[in-house]
Design a protein around this ligand. Structure first.
Ligand SMILES: [Zn+2]
Ligand SMILES: [Zn+2]
Length: 72
């Protein structure tokens, strides 16, 4: 598999979109790996965030957060 930008052999795969990237062209980002909804009203919803995961330069988060309903 080759880098999406320079077509040389890739060193990894973007965690977000799956494009292959070499060490010259990857960036890093944070990703939410898991979501823990609150169990009662005293708690808050929590997320497990992992830092420094591989990211290509093509995919990017959209600006506005989307509202969802988490059904427990
Ligand atoms: Zn590259
Ligand atoms: Zn990507």
């Amino acid at each position: 598999m080759n880098c999406i930008q320079c077509n040389r052999p890739a060193h990894g795969v973007c965690k977000f979109c799956g494009r292959a990237i070499c060490k010259d062209h990857f960036t890093t980002s944070n990703i939410i790996m898991d979501i823990y909804p609150r169990k009662n009203d005293q708690e808050k919803d929590r997320v497990l965030v992992v830092e420094n995961v591989l990211k290509c330069s093509y995919c990017k988060p959209i600006e506005n957060l989307l509202e969802i309903d988490i059904k427990i």
